[in-house]
Design a binder for this molecule. Structure first.
Ligand SMILES: NC(=O)c1ccc[n+]([C@@H]2O[C@H](COP(=O)([O-])OP(=O)(O)OC[C@H]3O[C@@H](n4cnc5c(N)ncnc54)[C@H](O)[C@@H]3O)[C@@H](O)[C@H]2O)c1
Length: 337
């Protein structure tokens, strides 16, 4: 049985990945620090599975990483601080986790090699598109501390591949959405605000666009990279997105319409500093490699997501009532300067 280590597997995408792999008869180890964004409820159905182990721990813990790397065949590295707005308020932890944490994992990989290491980077590394759509050769112009530490991690992975010939693949997903995403992120934030009849805060004029892909589609692509011959893809970078963009305004009004809420719940506020205007994925490299197309279109994926949040109030209300969420809400939206 192939053993896979998922870092950050109690978060949004990592928990979907864990489910997908257990279903496909992998043995899955999840290591997660359980920061405010990590949630054992996300993996509660897996905790009793004989092919699943959860370890609470930090990717910066060298000793723990060594123990885990010695046990597994493959690693998928999701763990990160992931919210751009938080990186404007407190960049420190982003440098420690996203950059230095990745460095710790790469050093561990060098000393205790496994069969492959898949690094989950992000489209935010590109900054506002200079050329549409964005392919893998687009310049890296990070516009937030989050994006900059992810560029650092992404390029450090490449450097470890070049220097030590390590089996590393770098994936750059565009915006991912779906059930169980932490409600500070745009889609679940708007959905839960609408359900609570609270404002849908929009930065600037709301015309910024992003490329959205449903989380299950992303996990299915990652499985392909987990199983493809490593010699063909090591050192390569792949974009993963839908190739279709939506503006913040479009998303907000679709959500309000679905829940039959008034349009005046939308509140335009001061733009985010360094806000990326446009990200649209050029998927051609991925399509050519795996003959891949997303299977869930945005209408379908958004509806599934909206239904899930409407039916799982307990999950997100607990988060939204927490001090850490309330404090962020206050600093980012109510006290915004
Ligand atoms: N969600 C998106 O739209 C998106 C898009 C592109 C790339 N990504 C990347 O995908 C990955 C996962 O994103 P997500 O949306 O699931 O994020 P998330 O915030 O939901 O989950 C991150 C997880 O990492 C864990 N973590 C944080 N610091 C840790 C540490 N030091 N040690 C161990 N665990 C730690 C958290 O507890 C949490 O469970 C990230 O690397 C992110 O940059 C996300």
């Amino acid at each position: 049985m192939v053993k896979v280590l998922l870092t950050g597997g109690a978060g949004f995408i990592g928990s979907w990945m864990a489910e997908e792999l257990v279903k496909r008869d992998y043995y899955v180890y999840v290591v997660d620090k359980l920061t405010y964004a990590g949630n054992l409820e996300n993996i509660k159905t897996l905790l009793r599975n004989k092919n699943f182990s959860f370890i609470r721990g930090d990717i910066n813990n060298k000793k723990l990483m060594k123990e885990l790397f010695k046990k597994v065949d493959k690693v998928i590295h999701f763990a990160a601080e992931t919210h751009i707005d938080r990186s404007l308020l407190n960049p420190d932890i982003f440098v420690k986790t996203d950059f230095l944490g990745t460095y710790t994992l790469l050093e561990t990989l060098k000393n205790y090699p496994c069969e492959r290491f898949i690094h989950i980077s992000t489209s935010e590394v590109y900054g506002t598109a200079l050329k549409i759509p964005i392919n893998e050769d687009h310049p890296l112009n990070p516009q937030s501390p989050y994006a900059a530490t992810k560029v650092g991690a992404d390029r450090l992975c490449y450097a470890y591949y070049m220097t030590y010939n390590l089996p590393i693949i770098i994936l750059r997903p565009f915006n991912i959405y779906g059930e169980r995403q932490y409600p500070e992120k745009l889609i679940p934030f708007f959905i839960t605000q609408a359900l609570e009849n609270k404002p849908l805060f929009i930065y600037g004029n709301g015309e910024n666009t992003r490329d959205y892909l449903y989380v299950k589609d992303l996990c299915e692509v990652i499985v392909k990279f987990l199983e493809a011959p490593i010699e063909k893809y090591q050192g390569e970078v792949f974009n993963i997105g839908s190739g279709i963009e939506y503006s913040v305004n479009e998303i907000a009004f679709r959500i309000l319409e679905y829940f039959k809420k008034p349009k005046n719940l939308v509140k335009y506020i001061l733009d985010r500093k360094g806000h990326v205007k446009r990200l649209l994925c050029d998927n051609r490299k991925l399509e050519k490699t795996f003959n891949w197309q997303p299977t869930t279109n945005f209408e379908e994926g958004l509806e599934k997501t909206m239904k899930w949040y409407a039916e799982n109030e307990r999950w997100w209300k607990k988060i939204k009532r927490s001090k850490i969420f309330q404090r962020f809400y206050y600093l980012n939206y109510l006290k915004r300067k």
